[in-house]
Ligand binder design. Structure first.
Ligand code: DAH
Length: 338
């Protein structure tokens, strides 16, 4: 029996030596040490060994079983280590490869310029106010002193939802909504989308305006000039020449249009400024007493100024863009430049 045991042990070790996979190793365990294994089967015959030999053979059998177990564990460990090494070699990262670029988003140039305008006015003590894009005829026109047959309506053709409901053509109605529910002093800007039935190189059916309103008991045209000049200097540079030109708006009296020296030719005259040297940039004026009367203020007690500017226009002047429609075509080659 001793010889048979040693023979089986040798056979098992031989099998282990050529086992290259974990499954082959565990196969050896089942084949020799399992419940139906060869060594297990042989040891069932231990009862037939002579009593003197039995302890010797028993001890030998134990040693062989323990030793074989040990070899099996070592063999499993070395196979696992080898596989791990192979895998690491295979999965090796080349850290010298350039990384893949993740495209990053950015703000639309119109949002960018709008935020810049807002920041400047916040710095001057203005607060932000908002109103609806779908507006009534009353707030968009009537209350701003533009009655139904007024010629100023010509420049404000818009999209009508019904006879009385329309898409607002300017942010000026926010003035009315605010003054209706708040007493002076007021110092606000109202940024937002506006709409007109227009489409060419300098007009899109939707664009953005910022309205400004400052109302109190001692506000002068000088304050208006000062605030707007500071704004334009911040926006276009401190050396930018600013000019106030008499004009007309139904909701301001007196009214002015504000020009800056052409950013292309610095006032010398070029194609962009139609040889005038100036570029119109915003509308402004002292709030018309009639507007104060409409919102329920006493025009003898309050004064104020208002102004309105177009964001796209400012962005075009700032970046030298000659076609407003480029802002809304979403061509990344264009938008990526800012
Ligand atoms: N609402 C005018 C427009 O869209 C712009 C404007 C001009 C607003 C003069 C004003 C202002 O508040 O005083 O054409």
């Amino acid at each position: 029996m001793k010889e048979e045991l040693e023979k089986l042990f040798g056979e098992a070790l031989g099998n282990l030596k050529v086992a290259g996979e974990e499954s082959q190793v565990t196969q050896v365990r089942t084949e020799f040490l399992g419940r139906k294994g060869k060594i297990t089967a042989l040891l069932r015959g231990l009862a037939n060994v002579s009593p003197e030999q039995r302890p010797i053979v028993g001890r030998l059998a134990n040693e062989i079983k323990l030793s074989l177990e040990e070899k099996i564990r070592e063999s499993l460990a070395s196979i696992q280590a080898r596989k791990r090494k192979e895998r690491l070699l295979h999965e090796k990262l080349d850290i010298t490869l350039p990384g893949r670029r993740v495209p990053t988003g950015r703000k639309h140039p119109i949002s960018e310029v709008c935020n810049e305008v807002i920041e400047i006015f916040l710095g001057l003590g203005f607060q932000i106010s908002e109103g609806p894009e779908i507006e009534s005829d009353y707030y968009n026109f009537e209350a701003l002193n533009i009655p139904k047959d007024h010629p100023a309506r010509d420049m404000h053709d818009t999209f009508y939802i019904s006879d009385e409901i329309l898409l607002r053509t300017h942010t000026s109605p926010v003035q009315i909504r605010l003054m209706e529910k708040q007493e002076p002093p007021i110092q606000i800007i109202a940024p937002g989308k506006v709409f007109r039935c227009d489409s060419d190189v300098s007009h899109t059916p939707m664009f953005h305006q910022v309205e400004g309103l400052m109302v109190g008991d001692n506000i002068t045209f000088g304050d208006l000039k000062g605030i707007l000049t500071i704004f334009l200097h911040e926006m276009f540079g401190a050396k930018t020449k600013v000019r106030f030109r008499p004009s007309f708006f139904p909701f301001t009296e007196p009214s002015a249009e504000v020009d800056i020296a052409c950013v292309m030719c610095q006032g010398n005259g070029c194609r962009v400024c139609s040889s005038s040297g100036w570029m119109e940039i915003l509308g402004a004026g002292m709030v018309d007493p009639e507007v104060f009367r409409i919102v329920g203020y006493n025009p003898n007690e309050v004064v104020g100024f208002a102004f309105g500017l177009g964001i796209e226009r400012i962005a075009m002047l700032k970046y030298g863009i000659s076609d407003i429609r480029l802002f809304f075509e979403n061509d990344m080659r264009f938008l990526g430049q800012f």
